[in-house]
Design a protein around this ligand. Sequence first.
Ligand code: SAM
Ligand code: SF4
Ligand code: SF4
Length: 335
Amino acid sequence: MRLEDSLGRPLRDLRISVTDRCNFRCDYCMPREHFDSKYEFLPKEKIISYEEIIMIVKSILPLGLKKVRITGGEPLIRKDISKLIKMIRELDDELDIAMTTNGVLLRRNIQQLKESGLDRVTVSLDSLDNDLFKEITDSNYGVEDVLDGIEAAIEAGIEVKINSVIKRNLNENQLVPLIEKSIIYNVPIRFIEFMDVGSTNSWNLDSVITGSEMRKIIQNKFGPVIQKNSNYYGEVAKQWIIVDKKYEMGFIESISSPFCGSCTRARISSNGHFFTCLFSEKGNDLLSLIRMEAEISDVSQAVTKIWKNRNDKYSEERKDATKERIPVEMSYIGG
Ligand code: SAM
Ligand code: SF4
Ligand code: SF4
């Protein structure tokens, strides 16, 4: 059955946040002044278990699900994460299974992840300058730890992408070095506009550097860039090519060029709530339903009902928003 929402968008992608915790404190996501020792992370009993995740994936597969992305928080700090990948893989050989990670624990996990059936990994890296990296991530790790993770994934033969959030007056000077490094690695990079997710990252429009501004900086160094047609319906990143280098890169322009019209993504937060938009204020508590001994068909019915009513297009409406919103945090809902 192909399920569509009220704007005709199918449900194809599911992002699952397996933990709301992280070993980084990126200033745009989990700033330490909020996520400090007093911050109340979810207690263990409220975190969705692997078996419960499987129930949800099973219930959505017949509705047209094609892609699952494991995220967080930092997914690699969840115990036995490869076990979850294996359990998902056993449900469907064709399902595209990906993970987004900060990369520092990748080397020690990559072989098991691959053997469990992970297809792809996206590693977040916003700076190649170690001081700036430390300033952004506020962690005990360095650039070399992330690069080591990326290299481990390349060596293991897993498809790798790099994600970089670029913020004005912070790391736009990293655009060129990040591209140069990605060309050496022969992996695609995607530049992400700083988004107003959550309510703790002090977002303001002045700190957003748009995709088009980023491309000007890139052109100044590498020469002309041209836009490519999108590869498939619902592709989030707009693809551009550096002509002289024949190098393809993506731009996720949620602020300057929203893509809600073809948004096929649903999210499961680390406490098992189902969200139909990254900017939602509230999710639907599937975990309680499951813990009340619901069958897979009950979960499937609940998701169908929620998705059919879905009319989210926050990024398109952002400019006209009159109401103050308190969207949930990215680390909890899953980036
Ligand atoms: N910890 C993992 C990581 O950093 O890759 C996975 C979770 S993280 C929330 C997923 C992605 O969201 C990362 O690529 C991160 O850079 C991005 N992200 C977090 N906060 C953001 C924001 N305010 N604007 C844009 N992207 C953001
Ligand atoms: Fe952690 Fe990822 Fe958020 Fe950085 S972006 S704080 S690594 S969850
Ligand atoms: Fe999808 Fe919501 Fe983002 Fe629009 S704002 S692209 S509906 S997640």
